[in-house]
Design a protein around this ligand. Structure first.
Ligand SMILES: Cc1ncc(C[n+]2csc(CCOP(=O)(O)OP(=O)(O)O)c2C)c(N)n1
Length: 297
């Protein structure tokens, strides 16, 4: 089994890492002039908690067969995953500067054949939970102890294939599979509307739907949390552990804010993707407690 964190790191350090991760997201996307911002920022506290306090992984042995698996099914948020993989030691932070360039190991969407620490390629929304269910079934058949985690977006949850996997996971008693849903209430567009004004209905894709009830009817363990509260995130992870042997997969419904952590990106679809101006980058750096290149440290 790969190195398990001997002791978990505390909230202050998690906050520090998440701020650094958010900074790497907006700085990298701005320099690359391509990439996504809102989704990586909403997921950042969950990603940092997973990679620093939960996953049984060893960055020195990214292919260890015993490692826990993580699939970023909402693959457009790759830069968020890359930032955390770099902070965790899979590759140098400086490599983030190559993001989305030809020849880089860090493509715009995760590529399992290129990037150390990426367990499954993704980008076409809706597919990751099926891949994760396959890994979890394989673990059962091999008698392996690794756990498989899959992160999905709430817009992505509208893809039909997700629900085939939700159904199948219970059928195969995949208590070694966890779905983390980043419920930021916004996607890229939304439902088409016919009235004048915005072409799209930007409201929460799952408004009026009892997602807890839906997953529980499918036979899953359900835990709902504030996806920016590190204590609640940790409690959810403990819940997952407690669910081993229950024969049920677990879903963590993580309520988040799209664009979290930077004032002008928070709570708007407009920063689903985008490139910051130098002024905006300076605001982000100040809010995240980071030092801009060229400034005295
Ligand atoms: C099958 C498929 N359809 C469309 C897209 C284009 N697309 C990329 S991101 C996105 C919105 C995703 O929204 P959500 O899952 O809520 O992600 P988040 O808000 O966390 O970024 C869409 C439609 C895609 N990547 N894959």
């Amino acid at each position: 089994m790969p190195n398990k964190q001997a002791s978990r790191i505390g909230t202050a350090e998690l906050q520090h890492l998440a701020a650094a991760g958010r900074w790497h997201v907006i700085e990298t996307v701005t320099n690359a002039k391509a990439g996504h911002i809102g989704g990586p920022l909403s997921a950042m506290d969950l990603l940092v908690s997973l990679y620093f306090n939960e996953l049984r992984i060893d960055p020195q042995q990214p292919q260890d067969p015993a490692r826990d698996r993580f699939i970023l099914s909402k693959g457009h948020c790759a830069i968020g995953l890359y930032a955390v993989l770099a902070l965790r030691g899979y590759f140098p932070i400086e490599e983030l500067a190559t993001f989305d360039q030809g020849g880089s190991r860090l493509q715009g969407h995760p590529d399992m054949k290129l990037t150390p620490g990426v367990d499954s390629s993704s980008g076409s929304l809706g597919q990751g939970l099926s891949a994760g269910a396959g890994m979890a079934i394989a673990a059962k058949q091999l008698g392996a102890e690794f756990h498989t985690w899959v992160m999905l977006g709430d817009g992505e949850l509208e893809e039909g294939m997700v629900w085939e996997a939700v159904h199948t996971a219970r059928r195969f008693k995949l208590d070694n599979l966890t779905a983390v849903i980043d419920l930021n209430g916004l996607q890229q567009y939304g439902w088409p509307v016919t009235e004048d004004g915005d072409r799209f209905d930007r409201s929460n894709p799952w408004a009026g739907v009892n997602l807890e009830g839906v997953f529980s009817s499918f036979g899953w363990n359900v835990v709902s949390i504030d996806g920016h509260d590190f204590d609640e995130i940790q409690t959810a992870f403990d819940h997952v552990r407690a669910g081993h042997g229950s024969g049920k997969p677990t879903v963590i419904l993580a309520n988040t804010v799209k664009g979290k952590g930077i004032s002008f990106t928070e709570g708007t679809y407009k920063w689903h993707n985008g490139v910051a101006t130098p002024e905006q980058l300076a605001v982000a750096a100040a809010e995240l407690g980071q030092t801009l290149e060229g400034e005295a440290k």
